[in-house]
Design a protein around this ligand. Structure first.
Ligand code: ATR
Length: 491
């Protein structure tokens, strides 16, 4: 039986002392450490041999990575051989040697000392041709642990990495994808049958896409994942800023189910659907820009998707893909009590006419609340207003006046005010009376300029994090089949 994938901290400190301190901090969660001696200062690198003893951790990899392979070592190969020879006086368990590095005396010495060679190829241009032969060559008939680090540039590339791993199932290997497209290959090391996964200390990423050890442990529960773990995720582009993995994985951890929720950078939804089938993904969230384009890949969608024209939740039941949209319910969540108190006597305004506004307008329509849509491009406000039997206006003087008749609830559904545009206000012409309830869907920053202005006028305000959390809770119920646990979640 193959041993479980190990968690290996890559240490990139400039001194041995600092390197040891980092290992000490994370020791209890680590299986191995990789000393990136190329990061050591010139007057420290000569003491690399002392590191394994001082670090006091079972297994240490010695790596002196050249610049062309993504490292910092600038010297010639003769210097590197000398440094390896000096460092190997220490008790290292593995040495990383690149695929084009050959030095018979050094390799003999490494073998004589019973040190394993990790034979590596770092390919930054994408995927190298004929990856199977590359891995076979690196493995050298099982003598070495082959490490192939590629740089997937598309979802199709990511799929190829998973297929390659399948080809080498049961064999010792490290096959990983760098960069945003490759994140899942680092977290799913156990699924891929990788010997180890590399992590960094927070803020010290040693390679593109390295995840930090705190996230890997606390959010992704690396050690608990196995081949039977239910795989969920979120697709989008960009994707690394999303808070969804934090929300879902925190819920998963709290109720103790064997599942993990990953960020998937996706360029083409078609390729992701192939990947989902290949690795057995059973549910995923959908974010910008795929909420509309995903629909044609689904077997069926519910009314919310049909009316909003966008899908944010996909799940599999009896071998078929279903789509729903939890944004409308998620939007209503934080104002449920308000609606209960006021019935549909409320009059609401929605600023914006894009995808987010569409879900809001659909929710208001479903609740029987009359509304006014205001948008910079008036034509779009008109279209959305008419579609759901509401009023419409532009973001101008006339709009500001009309909004006074629809101001019990004001919903800000554009991106204006979102980082890095924190100083913008989508509708400065409108002066709050202090009686409005103002709901801004932007969640970064937590209090937008628009909300700040509303607060100063005395309005009750609701920030975008509430909707984000509410829509995620509904997805969680669909994906996991249980209610999101009652926990305090700091987003
Ligand atoms: P989303 O799916 O997040 O709603 P979207 O579909 O691109 O994103 O819609 C963006 C919304 O923000 C639109 O209503 C857009 O107005 P236009 O239809 O006139 O483009 C609005 N928006 C973007 N930038 C804006 C700005 N500077 N001022 C006012 N509205 C803006």
């Amino acid at each position: 039986m193959r041993k479980k994938s190990k968690l290996c901290l890559t240490v990139t400190e400039p001194t041995i002392k600092e390197a040891v301190a980092v290992v000490d901090r994370y020791k209890k969660n680590l299986d191995m450490v990789e000393l990136r001696a190329d990061y050591l200062a010139d007057d420290e690198i000569g003491y690399a041999s002392a590191f394994p003893r001082l670090a006091g951790i079972g297994e240490v990899i010695l790596t002196i990575r050249r610049e062309i392979d993504g490292g910092k070592f600038r010297g010639g190969e003769g210097d590197r051989v000398n440094l390896f020879n000096r460092a190997l006086k220490g008790d290292f368990s593995f040495v990383d040697l690149e695929s084009d590095f050959f030095n018979e005396p050094l390799e003999r010495k490494i073998r004589d000392k019973n040190i394993r060679i990790i034979r590596s190829l770092h390919y930054f241009k994408g995927l190298p041709p004929d990856m199977s032969s590359v891995v076979n060559d690196l493995a050298h008939n099982g003598k070495n642990i082959p490490k192939l680090a590629v740089y997937p540039k598309s979802t199709e590339d990511l799929l190829k990495i998973f297929l390659l791993s399948k080809e080498f199932k049961g064999r010792e290997k490290i096959i990983l994808g760098m960069g945003d497209y490759g994140i899942s290959t680092r977290i799913l090391a156990e699924y891929l049958g990788n010997y180890l996964t590399f992590v960094s200390s927070p803020g010290n990423s040693a390679a593109p896409g390295h995840i930090d050890i705190e996230k890997v442990e606390k959010i992704y529960r690396f050690k608990e994942l196995d081949e039977t773990t239910k795989i969920l995720g979120v697709i989008g582009n960009p994707i690394m800023h999303t808070l969804s993995p934090l929300i879902h994985n925190t819920g998963i951890k709290a109720i103790g189910v064997n599942a993990v929720y990953l960020p998937f950078m996706v360029d083409k939804p078609a390729a992701f659907m192939k990947l989902a089938e290949e690795i057995g993904i059973t549910g995923f969230s959908v974010t910008v820009p795929h909420k509309v384009s995903i629909i044609r890949f689904l077997d069926s969608v519910d009314d919310s998707v049909k009316k909003i024209g966008a899908c944010n939740t996909v799940y599999k039941r009896n071998g078929k893909w279903f789509g729903t949209n939890t944004d409308a319910d998620g939007f209503i969540g934080p104002i449920k009590n308000l609606l209960k108190r006021n019935g549909n006597n409320l009059k609401a305004s929605v600023i914006g006419a894009g995808g987010a506004a569409m879900a809001v307008v659909y929710a208001l329509w479903r609740e029987g609340i009359s509304f006014l849509v205001l948008n910079r491009t008036v034509e779009k406000a008109k279209r959305l207003g008419n579609q759901f039997g509401g009023e419409w206006a532009g973001l101008d003087e006339i709009g500001a006046r009309r909004m006074k008749d629809f101001n019990d609830l004001i919903v800000q559904a554009t991106k204006v005010g979102m980082e890095p545009d924190e100083n913008s206000d989508p509708f400065p012409m409108y002066k709050f009376t202090g009686n409005e309830i103002v709901y801004d869907l932007v969640y970064k920053p937590e209090v937008t300029k628009f909300l700040e202005r509303a607060r100063s006028a005395g309005c009750r305000t609701i920030g975008g994090k509430e909707m984000l959390f509410e829509q995620a809770k509904r997805q969680f119920k669909i994906f996991i089949g249980r209610d999101f646990p009652l926990i305090d979640l700091e987003l």
